[in-house]
Design a protein. Structure first.
Length: 279
């Protein structure tokens, strides 16, 4: 498989992960409107598991693409931040009665903001020279994300009244902003796919954007280590959080050292393999 084909395959995974995120965003909004008290039932856990699957697909695509382009640091940083955010969100959902408070929620919101920022910059870097219109599109996403994060933190610290939520315009604007952001990422991924496939005269467009590496055999994909390691780490942290919450009155609890250790080991091995592939 040459560099162009590898870039095309990786961009397909990126597109698939972001398309899954768009579908999940729409589904979450629909369930929130149609099912009263949905966030008190099993849906939050189902949503986090689905989100973890979308993040895994997206992260694998970003890691694979970072191994193809000459400078893939931002792509790797975005993929790593996505995996960390998915683990944190899952842990908070599993132990929502024990993990909370303004500091934790503020940290989670800021982590989400950093993650989206890295993804935006990485996509712009890979597509700007061939699809310049991606910059204002993702710039709008950045502004909306910053505004929504600021408002959420302000609500948590009672700097804004929750009466705003009852305003019909606000209740429509927030879901529309979420859908726009998710949809804009999908459009940017389509542009990335077009850059990876190449121009009509068979000149690979990513050469102009970031420069493709020469085709080299890659016997082991480090992205698999990141994906498996992230899932194992999430499971280990989740089991430990649930155990601690049920043993809060002095009972026994279990620390899933096996899953956590193996997960961290796979992630470290992924970084080692990634470093060797870049050498």
């Amino acid at each position: 498989m040459n560099a162009d084909q590898r870039a095309s395959s990786a961009s397909t995974l990126v597109l698939g992960g972001l398309a899954a995120n768009l579908g999940l965003t729409f589904l979450s909004l629909v369930i929130g409107k149609l099912v009263p008290g949905s966030y008190e039932g099993p849906w939050p856990m189902i949503e986090e598991l689905l989100w973890l699957g979308a993040v895994g697909t997206l992260a694998v695509g970003l890691f694979q693409l970072s191994a193809v382009v000459m400078d893939g640091l931002l792509l790797r940083a975005a993929a790593g931040a996505l995996l960390v955010q998915a683990v944190v969100d899952l842990a908070m959902t599993l132990a929502k009665d024990k993990i909370g408070g303004p500091i934790v929620y503020d940290g989670s919101m800021l982590l989400s903001l950093v993650t989206r920022g890295l993804l935006i910059v990485a996509l712009v870097q890979a597509t700007l020279k061939t699809h310049a219109w991606v910059l204002p599109l993702l710039g709008t996403v950045a502004v909306l994300t910053l505004a929504r994060t600021g408002m959420t933190i302000a609500f948590q610290h009672q700097l804004l009244s929750y009466e705003i939520y009852r305003n019909p315009m606000f209740s429509v604007a927030m879901p529309l902003a979420s859908l726009f952001n998710a949809g804009a990422f999908v459009v940017a991924a389509i542009a990335l796919k077009g850059a990876a496939v190449g121009s009509p005269n068979n000149t690979p467009a990513l050469v102009a954007a970031a420069g493709l590496r020469p085709a080299e055999p890659e016997p082991v994909a480090p992205a698999a280590d990141f994906l498996v390691g992230g899932i194992l780490l999430a499971v280990g942290v989740g089991v430990t959080a649930i155990s601690l919450s049920t043993a809060s009155n002095g009972g026994r609890y279990v620390v899933a050292t096996g899953a956590i250790g193996v997960g961290l080991g796979r992630i470290i091995r992924g970084f080692v393999r990634l470093a060797k592939s870049q050498a």
